[in-house]
Design a protein around this ligand. Structure first.
Ligand SMILES: [Cu+2]
Length: 111
């Protein structure tokens, strides 16, 4: 008997790189009392990213996200996911974090 697997999209088979309909890699980040989580996150050079950032606490000074070497500076309202679009164009570590010298920070590792 021939069994055909017809476009099975099992949620268990979650790929580690989640892409949206536009082919952008979606990276979900949270700002908690411990800072940005998870960090570090490994991404690919030239891969369009959507950082979906949700601040879940008021006990943080990271009420916005800045990405080093970019103009990106986006407010993070409490409990509201904010999408930040960014395509890393060189490999290495990219820091992002709060407006106060990235005292609260995370890292993207670009391969
Ligand atoms: Cu800060």
């Amino acid at each position: 008997m021939l069994v055909m697997a017809v476009g099975c999209k099992s949620p268990e088979a979650a790929p580690k790189a989640v892409k949206n309909a536009a082919g952008e890699r979606v990276v979900e980040l949270k700002v908690t009392e411990n800072g940005f989580e998870p960090t570090p996150v490994t991404v690919k050079k030239g891969e369009p990213l959507v950082l979906k950032v949700t601040r879940t606490t008021d006990k943080t000074c990271a009420t916005e996200i800045l990405i080093s070497d970019t103009e990106i500076n986006v407010p993070l309202p409490l409990n509201q996911p904010v999408e930040v679009r960014y395509t890393p164009n060189k490999s290495g570590q990219i820091r992002y974090g709060c407006a106060m010298g990235m005292m609260v920070a995370g890292v993207l590792v670009v391969e």
